[in-house]
Design a protein around this ligand. Structure first.
Ligand code: ZN
Length: 287
């Protein structure tokens, strides 16, 4: 497959949005990074300097995969991680600007992000499918039952009571059914629990696709990298190819490209997402 950077002769984002009967947003990590949720550099240093000095990793993702010796240490790390990335305010209003952009449109969001930003910014929960889990949920590490558990209260307690990079042993969480340690509800292996809420969202996404076959859909892909292209990027390319009325927009700094087959119906913007959306909304009265 030949991948091309598109030229400037395409329709603008404004024209594509105006002509669309519906908008399907596909959002990856780049969107939250643009909104200020960065996982390395100064923000990592600020919250995880002690873990960095002890273990030598340089970003939050790496620390999340580290095989800690004890659950006390594992939860000291993860509770901080969840607290700052799930329960604190979003640093910049990029998600809110995105909502203004699709406000009044028939839209749906497919996202690999697990940080709850769409809900925080006011997107209708019924229009969201977050496929990979949620930092705000725990599950049984043995996946012995298909239920997830809100963790806000426990996570707050863990961040408050930890000392020397360990939480007290008595607050390490265990499965109420089998007694195994609890773990994050994040898709990293085949023990990921898809609870009732997950299946309902999956059903609504399938329904959105079914209802919009053969109509003018704008596929708006934001900050989706090549880590898991099979979830958003490749299906978007395929669906645009199959529907001659569909158009594709990709906003991604450093990774904005499109396959040759749909190039004429695509717009690639190699820029910061927040900057592009802000410029668009400030140029549009009422947006
Ligand atoms: Zn269990």
């Amino acid at each position: 497959m030949q991948l091309l950077k598109t030229n400037t002769k395409q329709k603008t984002l404004k024209e594509l949005l105006a002509g669309a009967d519906a908008v399907l947003i596909g959002a990856g990590a780049g969107l939250s990074a643009s909104a200020g949720f960065t996982y390395s550099g100064g923000r990592f240093e600020r919250y995880f300097g002690d873990f960095k000095r002890k273990y030598g990793f340089h970003d939050m993702y790496s620390g999340g995969f580290y095989p800690y010796d004890t659950l006390e240490e594992y939860w000291a790390y993860w509770s901080r991680y969840i607290w700052i990335n799930r329960y604190t305010d979003i640093p910049k209003p990029v998600y809110e600007t995105l909502l203004r952009l699709v406000d009044g449109k028939d839209y749906f969001v497919l996202t690999t992000n697990v940080d709850h930003c769409f809900q925080k910014a006011g997107f209708d929960k019924k229009c969201l499918f977050y496929t990979q889990g949620d930092y705000g949920l725990w599950q049984c590490s043995k996946a012995c039952h298909n239920k997830t558990y809100d963790n806000e209260k426990m996570v707050r307690q863990m961040t408050e009571e930890q000392k020397d990079m360990r939480v007290p042993a008595e607050i390490v969480p265990h499965c109420p059914v089998c007694g195994a340690p609890m773990t994050m509800n994040l898709r990293c292996d085949d023990t990921f629990v898809q609870d009732e809420g997950w299946y309902q969202a999956y059903g609504r996404y399938q329904d959105f696709l079914r209802r919009h076959q053969g109509v003018s859909v704008l596929y708006l892909e934001l900050g989706v990298g090549m880590n898991t292209p099979g979830i958003i990027k490749f299906p978007f390319w395929q669906q645009v190819r199959q529907n001659p009325l569909a158009n594709y927009v990709c906003i991604n700094r450093g990774e904005a490209y499109v396959p040759h087959e749909i190039e004429k119906r695509s717009l690639c913007l190699d820029s910061d997402i927040g900057t592009v959306l802000e410029e668009f909304c400030s140029a549009e009265p009422g947006k």
